[in-house]
Design a binder for this molecule. Structure first.
Ligand code: S3P
Length: 172
């Protein structure tokens, strides 16, 4: 089984992935981390030095290669991954994949992300909390179309990481 976590930036995909992998004794993978390792650059550096288009190309290549063998793992996607290239199709056509959307309310996302927006190329230019909130609301509206095609949609807005992991385990 390949459990794949998707959702907006700040929805807890990487942290939940780590805890879940530990609990289920499965290999843990983080798409952004694999790209950073391959490129020997941070995501922010890839965006500024190489461009977002380059990043999206790498995102697609790495996802394709991770899905191409039969090993089991937990994989946390980057927030945009299901929305670009043929990534969603790759995920949906793979019979081993269980795609899980960690849905979090816009206001909670913007509170979390305002504190750490400097390392996130897509939101760092949002000056105030209100600007960031507006940006996320619109962005999420566009992306929801992709996220909502997941096999499992979990509203984890008011859940702790541990509760989220327990809920996923219960639903598997
Ligand atoms: C992105 C989300 C980031 C990272 C990149 C682009 C996006 O991942 O892949 O900055 O398009 O939403 P996280 O969701 O893990 O922050």
């Amino acid at each position: 089984m390949k459990i794949v976590l998707c959702g907006y930036m700040g929805s807890g995909k990487s942290k939940v992935g780590r805890l879940l992998a530990n609990k289920l004794s499965l290999k843990n993978l983080d798409l952004d981390e694999v790209i950073e390792e391959n490129e020997q650059m941070s995501i922010a550096e890839i965006f500024s030095i190489k461009s977002e288009i380059y990043f999206r190309k790498k995102e697609n290549e790495v996802l394709k290669s991770l899905l191409s063998n039969s090993e089991s793992f937990i994989l946390a996607l980057g927030g945009g991954a299901p929305c670009y290239a043929n990534n969603l199709e790759l995920l949906k056509e793979n019979k081993q994949v269980k795609l899980i959307y960690l849905k979090v309310d816009v206001n909670v996302l913007s509170d979390r992300l305002f504190e750490e927006k400097e390392n996130r190329p897509l939101i760092r230019s949002q000056k105030s909390r209100a600007d960031l909130n507006d940006f996320i609301r619109k962005h999420l509206f566009e992306r929801q179309f992709y996220y909502m095609q997941s096999d499992l949609i979990l509203d984890v807005t008011s859940l702790s990481l541990k509760e989220t992991v327990d809920l996923i385990q219960q639903k598997l």
